[in-house]
Design a binder for this molecule. Structure first.
Ligand code: IMP
Ligand code: MG
Length: 215
């Protein structure tokens, strides 16, 4: 907490507590509860139409795997892999590295995304998918980093709005690792975490019940 500007800061002159390099943002239980709610919403909205859930590799697969089980409904799932066409430009143009196997024409398509950041990739992807003639095309995003949005992209389902900080876990990677974590961590100091990955484990355990030290 910061003191109001017109009052002396009581912490002034005291050594500042170092900002943690990484902190727990959303714990496992909170994630699972919200995914359960999203699954129930999707099941109700798509009753009787057997949608195709489209997941974008690789980050989206963890969320998709939990969402299909939470929805527990007749549906198909398909995957595509994309990469930025030109990493130096924020055009959102992507190269399709692996295309879908299913035909989308006449199908109700729900794109299941881990996180929407600038929205550039998703906007491009939606244009590509819309051209295939689906009966409907909507997006379910677990995380919405809205502060970073460059293009407005309509999201039908959002799990959580998240701050503009680098996130790791639950599908999101740090240098292609850490996708299997059941919780979501916010990394404020990437260099520190790269130098000492154990910081991630410590942060992940931050909400664990504290036990008195043995002895
Ligand atoms: P954008 O919306 O086109 O900027 O791209 C979103 C993609 O960037 C997501 O699908 C993720 O793969 C990746 N991404 C965005 N923010 C993060 C993050 O905080 N951690 C890890 N990957 C991220
Ligand atoms: Mg993604």
């Amino acid at each position: 907490m910061t003191a109001p500007a017109d009052q002396p800061d009581p912490a002034a002159g005291l050594p500042l507590e170092p900002r943690p390099a990484v902190r727990l943002l959303i714990d496992r239980e909170t994630l699972q509860e919200r995914v359960g709610e999203l699954g129930a919403e999707v099941r109700a909205d798509y009753e009787g139409v057997e949608p195709i859930l489209v997941s974008v590799l690789r980050g989206g697969v963890v969320f998709l795997a939990d969402l299909v089980r939470a929805a527990a409904m007749p549906c198909r799932a398909d995957f595509m892999a994309i990469s930025r066409f030109d990493a130096s430009e924020d055009t959102g143009v992507v190269r399709i590295e692996k295309d879908l196997d299913l035909d989308l024409s006449g199908a109700h398509v729900l794109v299941v995304e881990d996180i929407v950041d600038t929205g550039l990739t998703l906007t491009y992807l939606l244009r590509v998918l819309a051209a295939r003639g689906p009966a409907s095309l909507r997006v379910c995003a677990l995380l919405d980093k809205r502060a970073r949005r460059i293009v407005d992209v309509p999201l039908s389902y959002v799990g959580f709005e998240v701050p503009d900080v680098f996130l790791v876990g639950y599908g999101l990677d740090l240098d292609e690792r850490e996708r299997g974590r059941s919780e979501l961590l916010a990394v404020d100091d990437l260099d520190a975490v790269r130098a000492d990955p154990a910081l991630l484990d410590q942060a992940a355990r931050a909400d664990a019940p504290r036990r008195p030290a043995a002895g």
